[in-house]
Write a protein that binds this ligand. Sequence first.
Ligand code: ATP
Ligand code: MG
Length: 140
Amino acid sequence: MVLERTFSIIKPDATRRNLTGKIIAKFEEGGLRVVASKRIHMTRKQAEGFYAVHKDRPFFGELVDFMISGPVVVQVLEGQNAIARNREIMGATDPKKAAPGSIRAEFAESIGENSVHGSDAPETAKDEIAFFFAGSDIVG
Ligand code: ATP
Ligand code: MG
């Protein structure tokens, strides 16, 4: 077991439905701690930069439009094996395939509007945290 940090976004479909607290409760009940948090409305440039890895996928334009359609909550979560743990708490990308009790099973509207983002590896977690937070913004 290793104490890790991961990056999370509560997406616009969830902020629109006022689900921020219910989603954070899932992280906390799952053993993760919120060590940085801010509510922002991403610019198109930020969303395109953040999702640059997906720029050649057919849903890229739709994904960027969605991510700037309303406010999001960007967070750093800390805990034992936080990267994998967060992805378990989130559930599969497609809510129809997400495990019962996971955030996406309970709250996601579709494969695109799926309520949360979570980093998928230590390197992406580091880069994604640095994309939105300075070291001094994170208080463990
Ligand atoms: P995330 O990166 O948001 O945590 P993920 O790692 O489960 O999700 P990715 O394959 O990285 O999934 O896709 C990034 C995001 O792109 C998804 O969360 C979803 O919002 C959107 N997306 C993925 N596949 C599709 C699709 N087939 N149609 C529409 N949007 C999609
Ligand atoms: Mg991903």
